[in-house]
Unconditional design. Structure first.
Length: 286
């Protein structure tokens, strides 16, 4: 018996519900639409279309992967971030909507700086997919940026994402641990560093523990190692009127602020995410 788009969608929803997946209807819709290269609207308007044997096999295989806790966007191989389609890879974090708040926080400052300086230079430490840097470049045409990472796999993905979105001429990928191989000075330094305490990583959802790279999660014993490393040297790489913006964990605002204030920074702004948790901090040199 042949299956339609609607049949496959219903099967995905049912199986995800039975498996206790958090948002079965959304995951079913995103996965089936993504695999069929259809929008949510097309999924509805073409729901009676019959699927080929190859399409059924492809969707069935993807359902099994999701039932094994692999996140939908990892199965699809890409995710949208700030309007950009970004490819994912094994050593990159999947960019989350909450990280868009970091971009929102920095952009107004960059646009003001562009009026003064004309050309701007951005550094994104631990760039992963390139998400934060590429989003800023796409919104601020006066800017060029460096995305640094310790992972060659991540840097390859970031380069590919820059090309995919027509930003390759203004983006450079550099392999560096923190500031070791970085040269120049920057109007904005941004980072979504590893900030989860080592001993709680195993308590996270299997979607994270099984599929996100540990190096992009593990912030050391208290989750603050990355902030200390950035704070130690950041001032040497900043323009006098530049800004430094960071994503943080929900309970880290006071600790991270103290780390940067001890190194001569003032906190300009603290921003909450969609769940009303502290999510981003922005600093300037005192």
């Amino acid at each position: 018996m042949s299956q339609t788009v609607a049949d496959m969608l219903a099967e995905a929803r049912r199986r995800f519900t039975e498996a206790g997946i958090a948002d079965p209807a959304t995951d079913a819709r995103l996965l089936v639409a993504g695999l069929l290269k259809q929008s949510s609207t097309e999924l509805l308007t073409r729901s009676a279309e019959k699927l080929s044997a190859d399409q059924i096999a492809m969707i069935s295989k993807a359902l099994e992967r999701r039932l094994g806790h692999e996140p939908v966007h990892r199965i699809l191989g890409e995710r949208e971030f700030y309007g950009l389609a970004l490819q994912l890879s094994a050593e990159t974090l999947e960019p989350r909507p909450d990280t868009e708040i970091l971009v929102d926080t920095v952009l107004p400052y960059l646009k003001d700086l562009a009026k003064v300086h004309g050309r701007l230079h951005i550094l994104d430490i631990g760039t992963g997919t390139g998400a934060i840097c590429l989003a800023l470049l796409s919104e601020c045409l006066e800017a060029s940026g460096i995305g640094s990472d310790i992972s060659a796999d991540a840097l390859g993905t970031a380069r590919s994402n820059a090309e995919r979105n027509g930003l390759q001429d203004r983006f450079q990928a550099v392999r560096s641990k923190w500031f070791e191989k970085i040269q120049g000075s920057f109007h904005a330094i941004v980072s979504n560093p590893p900030y989860i305490a080592s001993n709680v990583i195993h308590d996270l959802a299997p979607e994270v523990t099984k599929f996100d790279p540990v190096a992009a999660l593990d912030g050391g014993p208290d989750g603050l190692d990355a902030y200390r490393a950035i704070a130690k040297d950041a001032a040497r790489f900043m323009r006098p009127d530049g800004v430094l913006a960071l994503e943080i964990g929900y309970d880290q605002r006071n600790d991270v602020t103290a780390i940067f204030e001890a190194k001569g920074f003032n906190c300009l702004k603290s921003v909450k995410d969609y769940g009303q948790n502290d999510r981003a901090l922005m600093f300037a040199l005192a």
